[in-house]
Every structure is written in C-alpha cells, then in structure tokens.
Design a binder for this molecule. Structure first.
Ligand code: HEM
Ligand code: SF4
Length: 533
C-alpha cells in the first residue's frame, strides 16, 4: 500500500530540511514547500492550529529531563520574545513553545544551541527525547543514577543519519527510579534499572522491555528477558533501533510503531534478533518486579547529598509563563546549584538547596505562582494540548482541566494520589488510558449543534499489574466533567479500605455501578431530559 510519508522520506531525509528552514525564514511562510512541513518535525517544528495560519509549535528536547538555570532562562526569554509569554512542559520532559513564526527560527535555534539545548529529533520518525527520573543522582531511594547512560545514548543517536528514517516515532526511557516514575511500560523501548543482574551477576543494570505505546491501539511494553549491564546499554539501544529501522512496518502509518513488530514477532523472537546483533551473549533478566509510579517526586525532600534538599514544584496544566521560567532559574541559582529537571507529569524540580534555606526557596517559588506539595490536585492532573493548538483535537482541554482543578481544590480533600488525565482525541497524548480517571474528548450533535463532551474511564495503572482504563460512561458534557470527577473521588474516599488504591477500589465495582457513582449522565440524555421537562 503506498505510504506518502515513506515516499517523502526516501526523497529527502528529515535532517536535510534544516537549510530549507533557514531559507524559508528569509523568504517567508508563503514560500514553504508543503512537503517540508512534515519534515520540519525532525527539528521539533510542528504546524500549529489552524493549518495555514503561519504559526508553529517548537518542541525543545531536554535529555532525561535534566537542565540548568541558564537553559531555563533562555527558554523563558524566548517564550517572552516570540511565544506570547508562555510555554508548556510535556509528558516526555521537554518544553514546548507556541505562536512561533518561521522568521523567528534562526535566532531561536542559535540561542538554544548557545546554551546547549537542541530540537533535533524532538518530533518526526526518529528517537525522541529520552526520558529519565527527574531526581536521578539526588534521590535517596534511587537504584542508581541513570543520567550518564541517558546522555551516552542521546548523544549517539542525536542527528545520526543511520537512524533518522525510522518507520515512525520512537520513544525510549532509561531510568533507575525506585518507583518507575517515567512510566517505562508505555515506551517503545524501556531500560528499567535494577540493583543487580540474574544470579551470579552482581553489577547494576537494566531489564529491557520493548513494544509499549499508547495512541489508539495502546500496548504495554513486554519484557524480552534481557539484563543489560550499564556498559552494554548503548549496544542494546543500537541493536534494537536497527531492528526497528530494518523490520518495522512501513506500509501503513497506523501499524508502523515498534509495538506492532512486537505483536508480530513476540518477545522470544525479539530476543533472538537482538542477541544476533550485539557483540556478547545476553544475560537473562533479573527477577525484579516493575513498580507502579505512585508518586512523582513532588514536594520537599532530603537528597542523598548530606544537608541538601530538592523541591518538586507543581505547574498547573503543565503551562508555565516566560516570567515564571526566569524567576525559577533565578531561584535555582540563588538557593541551589542551578540544576533543575522536568517530570513526566509536567512539573519540575529544583535541586541542591541547603536544608536551612529550603523553606525560604519554597516561599519564593510560591510567590511566583507555583504550588508545592506531595499530593495536590494540580500535580495529579495531566492534560494534552487540545483544540487550542492541535490540528487533531476534537475538544478544548487545557482550559477545561483548569476549571476541573479549581473545582476539585475547593470541593474535595485530595489526600492520596489519584491521576486524572485528559486528552482531546483518541491519540492519547495526555495518557488517559493509563490513568486512574481518564477523560477522552469527543463530540456529538444536539439539535444540529456540535457539543463537546468526554468519555469517562477509570482503573488504569502501571507496574506488574498494569491495566488500561475501562470506559464507564460516554459523552459527559464538558461542563459536567468536574462534578463527575469529584463525585467518584468522594465515593472512593468514603468506601475505600486502609491503603486501598483508587485502581484497586474500582475493581470492586461493575461499570454500571461506577457510572452511577459519577452522578452525571450522557449529554444527549441530559439535554433530551431538559427539553422534555
Ligand atoms: C500539535 C499537537 C500534537 C499533535 C498533532 C500530536 C499528535 C499525536 C499523535 C498522532 C499521536 C499518536 C501517534 C501514534 O502513536 O501513532 C500522539 C501521541 C502522543 N503524543 Fe502527541 N501530538 C501533539 C501534541 C502533543 C503534546 C503537546 C504532547 C505532550 C504534552 C504530546 C505527547 C504525546 C504522547 C505522550 C503520546 C503518546 C505516545 C505513545 O507513547 O504512544 N503530544 N500525538
Ligand atoms: S491527544 Fe489528540 S488533541 Fe490532544 S494533543 Fe494529542 S493529538 Fe492533539
């Protein structure tokens, strides 16, 4: 079956579009060859809604999520100068700026490069931002600091033409977090840190999982029964990427992710193919279980470095103003070492603050408009871009999630982590399929008018017991979403047993019983009932 994107990539490698971006910057938006819009993604540049409107979104990579105050300051200055004063933190620990024009790109690229940031491979059919635990190197409970391995792998693949034409986007996580906070199971490839290998191998390293991914056909990555020592990580990353490049599906974009090759081959064949490509005999996996990420390192915590603390800062709906970035960069320098990191849940961490100054630093961060707390509504709510900027969106999301958060803050006591995720279409950028309460945008016609609504899901989660959400109600009117979430959270709080998680609690009930608990109904029923009353 013809696949126009594959034809395009054969004619021109995504990495070859850079000179054209500079040319278009001189000659203007109208001069852009329509094919090149697709290839711009290889440099993190994505046309913003509406298509043809002349504005772009730019995704800026942050290897493993870790960055410096100088880098944050530059992103903040760029946000203020070119991006209408704000940016987003993404679910892969990157930054995104909106409202950019093609004319702005040369200055933006050169200023990012000057501070050591890159957009190469931030989007497109290539290895994306490699994710890592944001408190790697500082967390008292971590298995080990995986960031050197993240950097080794990121450096090898960055702008590498051997791997710049993969069948589809390709997502890798390398982390040795004690709670698996990077959601390894939804990555194409996950290196999951463990304290030692199988019997007889005392070295620390990683168990390898392959074939995860969300979107409209969600898959959890499967273990391939390989333990990689830290020295072997790059060899494995190269072998797996080559397998994907050479054997991944290229006929249909919808079947091209690595997860479909895993469906076809299964873990045993994958293991054999990998073994044939690495210059050593693979060890079998160690027996360590995967954990569910029950926290995101937010709040104030002592570091493994004596006398130092980190602060996990909550960013409402992942949106941060340029001025907040400048302020946070300043605080990170004055109180800490200038090191920061983005989390998977669209929040950030400031490191290396002396214990006796941590309260003062936290107060200054609060003055900037951030919340600080381990379990807050804001930190548990994750939301995709939605209609504001995304061409694929069915619903507006960030504004609605903001309302949901305010309502929950005023009406519900949030005493335990409950992940509430919202996406504006089935592509699942907001990862609703793995959340406790998942809200997926839809729309329906009522008396000839399009009405935005949300399908209501519950019961997703990761770890050994990973599960995708189940749908309990359809087409809840956007304005009723906050009530539905509040009602089901209250029902949980009233009937849970000691220590019972939200996900375990949902398992006690049928879909119908849970639908009753949300206490709001299908928008068609709602308006039908009102019209008849
Ligand atoms: C212009 C706006 C965007 C468009 C058009 C877009 C498009 C898509 C599409 C088509 C998919 C499904 C691809 C596939 O797996 O087959 C997807 C998945 C995803 N996107 Fe986006 N996206 C946009 C913005 C974002 C933003 C802002 C974020 C982060 C905050 C994001 C993070 C993700 C994630 C985490 C997934 C799930 C990938 C997976 O693991 O399967 N996207 N996106
Ligand atoms: S989930 Fe859909 S609406 Fe949201 S950012 Fe992704 S593609 Fe756009």
């Amino acid at each position: 079956m013809p696949n126009p994107i594959e034809d395009l990539k054969k004619r021109k490698d995504g990495l070859d579009v850079l000179a054209d971006i500079y040319r278009y910057a001189r000659e203007g938006y109208e001069s852009i060859d329509p094919d090149d819009f697709n290839l711009f993604k290889w440099y993190g540049l994505y046309e913003q809604k509406p298509k043809g409107g002349g504005h772009f979104m730019l995704r800026i990579k942050v290897h493993g999520g870790h960055y410096t105050s100088a880098q944050l300051r530059e992103v903040g200055l760029l946000a203020n100068q070119y991006a209408r004063g704000f940016g987003d933190i993404t679910t892969r620990q990157a930054f995104q700026l909106h409202w950019l024009r093609i004319e702005d790109m040369p200055d933006i690229f050169s200023r990012l490069e000057r501070v050591g940031l890159t957009t190469v491979g931030a989007c497109g059919d290539i290895m994306r931002n490699v994710t890592n635990c944001p408190v790697a190197g500082c967390d008292r409970h971590e298995i080990f600091d995986a960031q050197p391995d993240v950097l080794r792998v990121s450096d090898h693949f960055l702008g590498n033409r051997e791997y710049s034409n993969l069948p589809r986007k390709y997502k890798v996580s390398i982390s040795a977090c004690a709670v698996n906070c990077t959601f390894p199971q939804i990555n194409c490839v996950a290196f999951v840190g463990v304290p030692h290998g199988p019997e007889g191998v005392a070295e620390e390293g990683y168990n390898i999982y392959i074939g995860g991914g969300l979107s409209t056909a969600p898959h959890f990555a499967k273990p391939v029964n390989i333990f990689a020592t830290r020295d072997q990580v790059l060899d494995y990353a190269v072998a797996i990427t080559e397998i994907y490049r050479d054997h991944g599906g290229r006929d249909r974009r919808t079947r091209a992710r690595l997860k479909f090759l895993m469906d076809d081959w299964g873990p045993e064949k994958f293991r054999e193919e990998i073994a044939a490509r690495v210059p050593f005999e693979p060890y079998p996996a160690s027996g360590h279980p995967l954990r569910d990420a029950h926290h995101d390192h937010l709040g104030i915590h002592p570091q493994k470095q004596e006398g130092k603390c980190y602060i996990g800062v909550t960013v409402k709906i992942g949106r941060i103003t340029g001025d907040q970035m400048l302020g946070a960069a300043d605080i990170a320098e004055r109180y800490g070492s200038g090191r920061l990191a983005n989390t998977i849940s669209q929040n950030f961490i400031v490191f290396d603050i002396p214990e006796d100054r941590v309260e003062a630093a936290a107060s200054e961060l609060r003055v900037l408009g951030f919340d600080i707390g381990e379990t807050t509504v804001k930190s548990d709510c994750v939301v995709c871009t939605g209609k504001e900027f995304c061409n694929l969106a069915v619903t507006e999301t960030k504004g609605l999630m903001s309302e949901v958060i305010s309502y929950l803050e005023q009406n519900v006591t949030w005493d335990r982590r409950i992940r509430v995720h919202m996406t504006g279409c089935p592509n699942n950028c907001g990862q609703q399929v793995i959340s406790d309460i998942g809200l997926q945008g839809a729309s329906t016609k009522i008396e000839g008018r399009e009405v935005e609504c949300y399908d209501f899901h519950v019961g997703g989660g990761l770890g050994e017991d990973a599960s995708f959400v189940r749908k309990i109600a359809r087409r809840i009117a956007a304005e009723d979403v906050k009530l539905g979430v509040a009602n089901i959270v209250r029902a949980y709080q009233q009937t849970r047993s000691d220590g019972e998680s939200f996900r375990d609690w949902t398992r006690r009930y049928s879909d119908e019983e849970l639908a009753q608990m949300i206490g709001v109904v299908d928008v068609k029923v709602k308006y039908g009932a009102q019209a008849g009353s």
